[in-house]
Each structure stands twice: as structure tokens, then as C-alpha cells.
Design a protein around this ligand. Structure first.
Ligand code: SF4
Length: 431
């Protein structure tokens, strides 16, 4: 879901796609997948909403009791309808949210069972589930393992309890430690930890302590995202004063050792990012994407697919799909999602479907691919678009050639890592 947030906040702002009234069935009947898609299943439920979160999810505390059953009924109908979009199977699975692990065992079993029935996958296909500390029992983890989930992504964000509570996370650092122990004891040997920097009250020392503790658990993968203030969230409202866009230091009150409600400014955030990049390199992690680090061989295949321009199917309310240049998003409402499917209609949101022009697809490929350490593969670009990207973007490449912003090496074009922090302004050039 992080990737969709990136798409929404960055690419969509750059590329106003054409909207067309193509019907859902038109896609499934006429557009045969040229490439095997990955499968994302959205579980839109959390214990309660975090203060910074703009993802689509329902707080279970405020939801009707039968909402999960309604969701699962809709999901099964959508899977039955969509399995024909992946005639050769799917290349990876990611069950995200929300917090999939808030589902109780019988619901989890039903969810995993339907994925297995409609989208059977070989043992060695990467299958990830997301979850949060405080929602994982040994029984749930064993159940998840028994369905072949072989990668787990745990939303820790910080090992500092004061920071966790400041941003409305419901779990504690102790629960995060317990969850890691449980996952390891139950045999998960491909573990991602999600951590955040730029949190209110976070300074370099607190950030470094979180990273050092994370490293002590030897995770195979780390995802590190800077806090984004999203409109409509409590955190945005808390910081929507004039100083906010410039991320000036704001010290509003002090609790214990931490100045709560002070946002690190851009310089501090840049220092946090630069420090962690070096620290993880020393620790044997490869930065294979701007925000993602892995021990060799543990890069997330599912997310690599998005960055390399592969097809993807997103099932569930709020799920986003893109097949052969046609992209659409499901409605973000469990009841309407299920109602539409019950009536035999497609559960799309009001924006309908977008047909991306060739030019837009190329720009997306560049913008997403240049976030990767490897960059954009020249041959893959040529295979997909029938053109050499050095010809298509000759002007841009020449404009930046004096500063060595781009590097062509071993069949890839990549961004010089010195420019990672100003990448977004450079990406504008490809639009
Ligand atoms: S757990 Fe994740 S999806 Fe749920 S509210 Fe918090 S940030 Fe959002």
C-alpha cells in the first residue's frame, strides 16, 4: 500500500491520466495479460487508526460487527471474477492493509483459503503478509505459515514508546519485540521491519537507537519511510500551521526526555536518512530502492514488480490494478464494494478506469525505475516500448550530463546516488 501512496502523491500529480468509460468486463475479456501479474489483496481493517494514516482502512473499534463477513463475501466474489486475469498464475502475493493480522483465525483461514483456491501458487513464489505488533498470536502465525506465506512484513515504526503513542500507534515496543520473537520461533526466515523517521519528537539519537535495535534482530529486509503529513489526518491538523510546510522545529510541550510534538526539520530528516543509508551498508544491507534495504537475495520481489513496470492485480476494497496500460481502483467502502459485486457489477471507484498513453507509461517506468539502485533496464524498456530510452529522453539526459546525474552502466540507466534527495525535482523532467 505504501507504493500506492507514492503513486497517488507523486506520479498522479505529475501525470493527469486520461479517464475513459471502459467497462470492467471489457478489460477481462479483451485484454489478455501479456505478462503474469502480481497479486495484492487489501485487508482494510486496523485496531484503530494511527494519527498519520491516510490509507483506506476501518478502525475495528468503530465498525459494525459483521463488516468483516461482508468484506470476505465481497472478496470471494471478486476473486471468482478476476481469476481469469491471471491465466498463467501470479508472480507474487502481498496481503496488505490495513492490518491483515487483526482478523481472527477463522476469518484469516477463510481469506487464505480463497486465495489458495482462486490463485494457486507454487511453494517458491514470494508470498508476503503484513501485520502489526499486538495482533499476532502463535496460533495465527502457524496458520499463516501452513498456507505457505513465506515472508512477513511487520509494522514497527519505532522502538520508542513515547514516539509510538505520539503518532497514535496502539502497540508498544515490547509487543514489537515479542512479535519478532514469535515470527522467528515459528520459522519465518524472511522478515521485513517497517520503520519511520521524521516523527514528532524524534531526534538522531532516538532514530539511531531504533535502527541499532532493529539490526540486532538480523531482519532480512528493512523499509524506511519518512513521515508524510497527509491532509485529513489528525497529525496534519496538528501541524497545519504556517511553519508546517517548511517543517520548522516546533516545540510545543515536553514530556520526560523527549520534546513531544516537535517535528524534525528537513535538514534533520536528511541527516537521519544519510546516516541510516551508511549504517545499513556497513551492516551488509543493499539499498536496492530509495527506501528499501535488503540482505543479498531478500529484495521484495512483489515491490520490484511495481518499480519495474509489471502488471498487477489489486483485490479488495481500495485495491489498485494495472493490466497492460489500463489502471483502475476499487471503491473504498466495504459495504458498497460487496453490494456492487452482489449485483454483478464491477466494484470500481468513481474515477473509473484510466488508459495510460504510451508516453505516460514510459514516464512512469522512468520515475519508478530510477528509485531503484539498479535503475531502468535499457533492454526491458526497449522490449516494452519499442524504443531506446536514450533516444526518447535525449534532451533530459543531455541537460544533466555535465553534472553526472545519470549513469549508464551494464545495460541500465540509473540515478547518481548523490541526487537521491532531490530526485523528485529531476523526475519532473520525464513528464
Ligand atoms: S496500522 Fe497501518 S494501515 Fe492501520 S491505521 Fe496504522 S498506518 Fe494505517
Amino acid at each position: 500500500m505504501l507504493l500506492w501512496r507514492y503513486y497517488k502523491s507523486r506520479i498522479k500529480a505529475l501525470l493527469p491520466h486520461e479517464k475513459v468509460g471502459v467497462s470492467y468486463d471489457w478489460i477481462t475479456k479483451e485484454r489478455v495479460c501479456a505478462r503474469m501479474p502480481s497479486l495484492y489483496v487489501h485487508v482494510p481493517f486496523c485496531q484503530q487508526k494511527c494519527d498519520y494514516c491516510a490509507f483506506y482502512s476501518h478502525s475495528l473499534r468503530d465498525s459494525p460487527k459483521d463488516l468483516i463477513s461482508v468484506y470476505l463475501e465481497g472478496l470471494e466474489m471478486e476473486m471468482a471474477k478476476r481469476q481469469k486475469d491471471a491465466p498463467q498464475g501470479v508472480s507474487s502475493l502481498f496481503i496488505g492493509g490495513g492490518t491483515p493480522t487483526v482478523l481472527q483465525e477463522p476469518d484469516l483461514e477463510r481469506l487464505l483459503g480463497m486465495i489458495q483456491r482462486y490463485f494457486p501458487m507454487n511453494l517458491n513464489v514470494e508470498k508476503t503478509m503484513e501485520g502489526n505488533p499486538g495482533t499476532l498470536t502463535d496460533e495465527k502465525i502457524q496458520l499463516i505459515r501452513s498456507f505457505g506465506i513465506n515472508r512477513f512484513s511487520l509494522g514497527i515504526q519505532s522502538f520508542n514508546d513515547e514516539l509510538l503513542s505520539t503518532v497514535g500507534r496502539v502497540h508498544t515496543a515490547k509487543q514489537a519485540r515479542e512479535a519478532i520473537g514469535r515470527l522467528r520461533n515459528t520459522g519465518f526466515n524472511n522478515l521485513n521491519l517497517d520503520l519511520m523517521f521524521g516523527l514528532p519528537g524524534q531526534d538522531m539519537m532516538i532514530w539511531q537507537a531504533t535502527i541499532e535495535e532493529a539490526l540486532s534482530y538480523l531482519p532480512e529486509h528493512l523499509s524506511l519511510y519518512g513521515l508524510m503529513l497527509e491532509e485529513g489526518t489528525p497529525l496534519y491538523d496538528r501541524y497545519s500551521g504556517e511553519a508546517c510546510p517548511q517543517r520548522e522545529e516546533q516545540a510545543l510541550k515536553t514530556t520526560g526526555d523527549i520534546t513531544i510534538d516537535s517535528l524534525p526539520n528537513e535538514d534533520t530528516q536528511a541527516e537521519m536518512y544519510e546516516w541510516v543509508v551508511k549504517r545499513l551498508q556497513q551492516g551488509g544491507y543493499r539499498q536496492y530502492e530509495t527506501s528499501n534495504f535488503a540482505r543479498p537475495g531478500y529484495e521484495c520481489q512483489h515491490n520490484l514488480g511495481y518499480w519495474r513496470g509489471a502488471n498487477y492485480l489489486g483485490i479488495g476494497p481500495g485495491g489498485v490494478s494495472c493490466l497492460n496500460r489500463v489502471r483502475w481502483k476499487n471503491i473504498e467502502d466495504v459495504q458498497s464494494y460487496e453490494d456492487l459485486l452482489c449485483k454483478g457489477q464491477s466494484p470500481l471507484d468513481q474515477s473509473g478506469q484510466e488508459v495510460l498513453s504510451l508516453r505516460e507509461c514510459m514516464a512512469e517506468r522512468m520515475i519508478l525505475g530510477l528509485r531503484l539502485g539498479e535503475g531502468v533496464e535499457l533492454k526491458a524498456f526497449n522490449d516494452d516500448f519499442g524504443a531506446d530510452l536514450r533516444d526518447i529522453y535525449r534532451d533530459v539526459l543531455e541537460r544533466y550530463s555535465a553534472r553526472d546525474v545519470f549513469v549508464v552502466k551494464d545495460g541500465y540507466l540509473r540515478l547518481n546516488s548523490n541526487y537521491a534527495f532531490v530526485a523528485n525535482s529531476i523526475f519532473q523532467e520525464f513528464v
